[in-house]
Design a protein around this ligand. Structure first.
Ligand SMILES: [Fe+2]
Ligand SMILES: [Fe+2]
Length: 467
């Protein structure tokens, strides 16, 4: 089998400038947010130009959330950019997701005061015809209800571009759609084709913390589905939605592997896309990450895009921690951008508010004293960190969630103190931990330590060994 090269990106969240006042995103000061929608057009133009350089793969996959919220203007502009790619010889396959349509056909723009105003948006049904040239037209089979499709990328490779939005309320696959997936796997087997797939929502949780804060954002019955995919001979699924850069793996009872390769949002932090080489003869899939650095035409206070979006992200997290203590309504609004839903945020108020207050005042010296019996850190070792606040460290943990590949040395003073603290919290909050267990999360320590040090698969650059 010939190796197959492709590029994967997701969650472009393209936002047409026509939705800002006078087409100018700087006409009022937009709030800091995790997604950098103001620059979504420039980022995409730049990345597409880069992908048209010699030596870049011919095939590009985009797994949903193409637009901010389904604005007609955003769809028209991003489709024009996709057509430009095709005109330059690329083969582009997209699926859409819940940010690409609004049931009521209305999204929002902004007026002169920064207030939201209605603008027209696509319905889910509008998307079918609108993007047909980026998948359906070339498909060997289409699952009509979900708009999922299968294409033969070459004689030897079949792509399943799955649409898991189920028209809003659930992310998952109906039995009908799953039967279609099984039939596609059968067809691929009969032709001796290698099978790969993409879908929008995470099949496996990209982090134990994500399962805690956003259980409804995971694909329904994901771990079971993952095992089914593994046994159907789909070893790799490209996903998006969480905006987290991560690679996770599970094995089925029969020992078949399934890898969920989640790519961060191109218009967010970190602004990443992936190159992938499938090489079935060598039994491997090689994955590398490109972080978008400079973007022509985008004023970023003299920073690279990666640095700018990181600074923006860290600022948002700091704002959130401050609001969680001092202004809970603002907290609820900001937290929504991080998948913590309003109902969930209101329910957790009694935990989050005191926790934020406590965290905002915390120093390493204090934590060292509480955990003195178990942290193994001497007085001399803690002295230089004595008065350092814990919050910036915690903010970096949040950044690590999205960036992946957390790399705090496990023998560092900070790591050892945090480890001892999480273990202590597990001990103190036994009833809370019991609730976590009911959600399939073993402990606070097990939830938070991966944000300090990744001892799972590498998230950015990873060579997957196939059995
Ligand atoms: Fe998204
Ligand atoms: Fe999404």
């Amino acid at each position: 089998m010939q190796p197959l090269d492709l590029v994967v990106l997701t969650d472009t969240h393209y936002y047409s400038k026509k939705n800002w006042v006078d087409g100018d995103p700087d006409a009022f000061a937009p709030p800091r947010e995790q997604l950098f929608r103001r620059g979504s057009e420039e980022i995409l133009r730049h990345v597409f130009d880069t992908l048209c350089r010699p030596g870049e793969p011919e095939i590009l996959l985009i797994s949903g959330d193409l637009t901010n919220n389904g604005e007609v203007t955003s769809h028209e502009e991003i489709r024009a950019l996709l057509r430009g790619l095709k005109a330059r010889g690329k083969r582009v396959f997209v699926t859409t997701a819940t940010h690409d349509f609004r049931g009521e056909g209305v999204s929002y723009g902004f007026d002169r005061h920064g207030q939201k105003v209605d603008v027209p948006a696509f319905s889910r049904e509008d998307l079918r015809a609108f993007y047909r040239e980026f998948g359906h037209d070339e498909a060997v089979s289409v699952e009509e209800k979900t708009m999922s499709y299968a294409v033969e990328l070459t004689d030897e490779y079949r792509l399943l571009a799955l649409n898991d939005d189920r028209g809003y309320d659930h992310a998952g696959f109906t039995q009908e759609c799953f039967d279609w997936i099984c039939a596609q796997a059968q067809a691929a087997r009969e032709k001796g084709q290698f099978l790969l797939a993409m879908t929008h929502h995470p099949v496996l949780s990209p982090s134990p913390l994500y399962r805690l804060i956003a259980p409804g954002d995971l694909l329904e019955d994901g771990e079971h589905r993952a095992q089914q995919f593994a046994d159907l001979g789909i070893p790799v699924m490209f996903t998006g939605h969480s905006h987290i850069h991560n690679i996770s793996c599970i094995h089925s009872a029969r020992g078949n592997p399934f890898y969920d390769v989640s790519t961060s949002a191109l218009a967010g932090f970190p602004p990443n896309y992936r190159h992938v080489r499938f090489d079935p003869d060598r039994r491997e899939v090689r994955i590398t990450t490109t972080t978008v650095e400079s973007v022509p035409g985008l004023a970023l206070d003299g920073m690279t895009l990666a640095a700018f979006t990181e600074k923006q992200f860290l600022g948002v997290v700091t704002d959130i921690l401050d609001a969680a203590e001092n202004d809970y309504e603002t907290f609820i609004r900001l937290a929504d951008g991080f998948s913590l839903r309003e109902t969930q945020a209101r329910k957790l108020r009694g935990v989050i508010r005191p926790a934020a207050k406590w965290l905002n005042a915390l120093t390493f010296g204090k934590v060292w004293r509480w955990t003195r019996r178990t942290n193994g850190v001497t007085r001399a070792q803690i002295r230089p960190l004595q008065n350092r606040r814990v919050v910036p460290f915690a903010v970096q943990m949040a950044a690590n969630l999205y960036r992946g590949d957390a790399a705090t040395p496990t023998d560092s003073v900070e790591y050892r103190i945090a480890d001892a603290l999480f273990a202590r919290l597990d001990h103190l909050a036994v009833p809370f931990v019991a609730k976590l267990r009911a959600r399939g999360i073993d402990s606070i320590r097990g939830t938070l330590l991966p944000l300090l040090h990744n001892d799972g698969l590498p998230d950015a650059d990873c060579t997957i060994r196939l059995p």
